[in-house]
Design a protein around this ligand. Sequence first.
Ligand code: HEC
Length: 121
Amino acid sequence: MPGVDNPQRAHVNYILNCQGCHGPEGSGSADGDVPRMKDFLGNFLNVEGGREFLIRVPGVASAPLSDTAIAELLNWTLHTQSPDQIPEDFLPYNESDVIQWRRKTLGDVAHERERLIVRMR
Ligand code: HEC
């Protein structure tokens, strides 16, 4: 998996920090409070602003993980939950992407998310 040095470590980080909300397969929650990542997440990489959005969402930006671990975890999540949506020219996340974006908090997450989804259509 490109950008994933240690898949076991990434998986454990997912279980400890993400799975409680997103579910083991990234299915999200039935009532839609937590969006589905499975077979969808990679679509964000196809629209302008999407790459940084995935780092800036609160669940990722504020996770108690290092910048390197976040980059690895995002690459792992994309490749395990949404491989078919990843664009061919995707460059795996790296530490400097995370340093650049995680501290730029999103004012209105739902609004930014909606804007990106409109761009996908
Ligand atoms: C407290 C529940 C919760 C936790 C914990 C959480 N998330 Fe999320 N996540 C959400 C919600 C809700 C959204 C939708 C955007 C928003 O409102 O923050 C989201 C959005 C996302 C997105 C953007 C995709 C989209 O469709 O909006 C990614 C990527 C993501 N989360 C990954 C993670 C990862 C990786 C972790 C673990 C480090 C994590 N999340 C932890 C609830 C959570």
